[in-house]
Design a binder for this molecule. Sequence first.
Ligand code: ADP
Ligand code: MG
Length: 254
Amino acid sequence: MHTLKIDNLYVETDGKEILKGFNLEINSGEIHAIMGPNGTGKSTLSKVIMGDKNYIIKKGNIYFDGISITDLTPDKRAQLGIFLGMQLPLEIPGVTNADLLRTALNTKLGDEFSLMPFIKKMDKIVKKLKMNKDMIHRGINQGFSGGERKKNEILQMYMLEPNTVILDEIDSGLDVDSLKIVGTNVMDYFNEYKPSILLITHYQRLLEYIKPEFVHIMINGKIVKSGSFSLVEEIEKNGYESIINMIEENKSNE
Ligand code: ADP
Ligand code: MG
């Protein structure tokens, strides 16, 4: 059982405050979705959890299993089992997928790493994701379409077996078939490994496949409303507008 706790986080980049008192706690076996308009700080949040140095924590802390990880480097966080599937996965020419994953697993497992099970598992997951087999021997994301990059993030997740999974708009750029493949594979992973999942999205269609138990609306750098899955339907019907208006009203009544 693992817990990721984000406690009153204030973050800035380029002198601009982006996260403004963000709070969230996620436990193993829970799926949380964060929804919110563009530019509200969702990707910033995911990068800060992973330890991206471009974002400066001004106040607050991130805890993993009760211990502050606020000052840990990204590789240390990955070793604890935290994984980020990025909104815009980068190209890394010259390093193949297989190389990257082998190196990462070698570091994590040390003596216990063995090549044959690694290759077998990778083949199995590549098939499951309906990826082209030769992609694993190409430079990471080199010449990959948007959809292929997203599948590649899911392949990495499966191979690294993280206990805490953050998926930043894993649905963007996917056609309906890929969306289904990605969605069902995330659910399969969840059912098999029972990780904590933080799903960032501003589309409802992914949530047909991945059903979050907890839904949070993020506006202007913090969570303004939390609820169950029914909140998704509310947003679908009324958009974010009604929630923004409600907040404005509360402010003026104060
Ligand atoms: P979201 O993912 O919710 O769309 P982001 O976290 O990507 O939002 O961005 C939040 C705000 O912070 C935006 O206004 C964006 O332009 C700004 N921002 C994010 N990263 C940087 C950066 N590296 N430098 C400058 N501004 C940034
Ligand atoms: Mg984003």
